[in-house]
Each structure stands twice: as C-alpha cells, then as structure tokens.
Write a protein that binds this ligand. Structure first.
Ligand code: ZN
Length: 147
C-alpha cells in the first residue's frame, strides 16, 4: 500500500499522506487494489460530489436557523459558491463547505455568520480531534459543531 500511495502523489498531491485521507485510501485499496492514479482521482471526485450533495443542505440548515432565512448557494459538482471542496472525508468536507458558505454569505450578503454569542465576533470552521467545529479564536473556544 505504501508504494501505491507514493505513486498517487504526483497526481493527487501531498494530501495522500494526510492521516485524514488515509482511511479513505485504505478503503479504495481494499476494494480496488493498486488502482491507477487517474482512477483514484475519479473516485475522489465522485466522493467529493457525494459529500457536497449530502452536506451542503446540512450547513445551510444551520445557517437558516441562525439567520432566519435560507441563504442561496449555488452547487455544481464539488463547487460550492465560489469554492471547490477537496475532501474525501465527511468531517473535512464539512469544514470546507462551512468555509465556502461563510465566505459567500460575507462577500455577497455582507453578513457575518456565525457569530460567537459570548464575544460577538465571527467564528471559524476548523477540524478539532477529527470533528468539524465552529471555533471562536478570540476566546479560543469551540462554540458548536458544524451542521
Ligand atoms: Zn467566543
């Protein structure tokens, strides 16, 4: 498996060594063996589209609950708003999508979302202990899960 992962790097980038991506690669290896890089790239693209389709509504539900209306968000393949989502794991996809949604809402609607109720500043999507969370950097505390 290690030499296969090294072979994938020129096509898929250094993310192949990311511990978060590793379990997904192991699944691919278990079901497809040493698949060629182009094929793994296709599987990754498919996985990204599935995660985007599943998780954008989850993030929008959270935005709607806070804002009182559902923000409009264009989704095309793995593109959310103006950003592409490069994640093959659920937790990381949530962070990417939350970031894309936050950027779009900020640039288009001039609205800061979400806001830390304690410090009144914008929160940041992050991965902490493998969980996608909203973090307030002013108080360095986790405010909520994403989604
Ligand atoms: Zn705070």
């Amino acid at each position: 498996m290690s030499s296969w992962v090294v072979d994938l790097e020129p096509v898929l980038g250094s993310e192949v060594h990311d511990p978060l991506v590793r379990p997904w690669l192991e699944e691919v290896f278990d079901s497809h063996g040493s698949a060629p890089a182009w094929y793994v790239e296709e599987l990754a693209a498919q996985r990204q589209r599935e995660l985007v389709a599943e998780l954008v509504p989850v993030v929008l539900d959270q935005a709607e609950a806070a804002l009182g209306h559902r923000p409009e968000m264009r989704v095309d393949g793995n593109t959310v708003g103006h950003d592409q989502v490069w994640a093959v794991t659920r937790a990381l996809a949530l962070v990417w999508i939350a970031d894309a949604a936050q950027s779009l809402i900020a640039s288009r609607d001039r609205v800061v979302w979400p806001v830390c109720p304690q410090h009144r500043v914008g929160q940041h999507p992050e991965l902490r202990d493998g969980i996608a969370v909203w973090v307030c950097r002013t108080g360095d505390h986790v405010v909520d899960r994403i989604g």
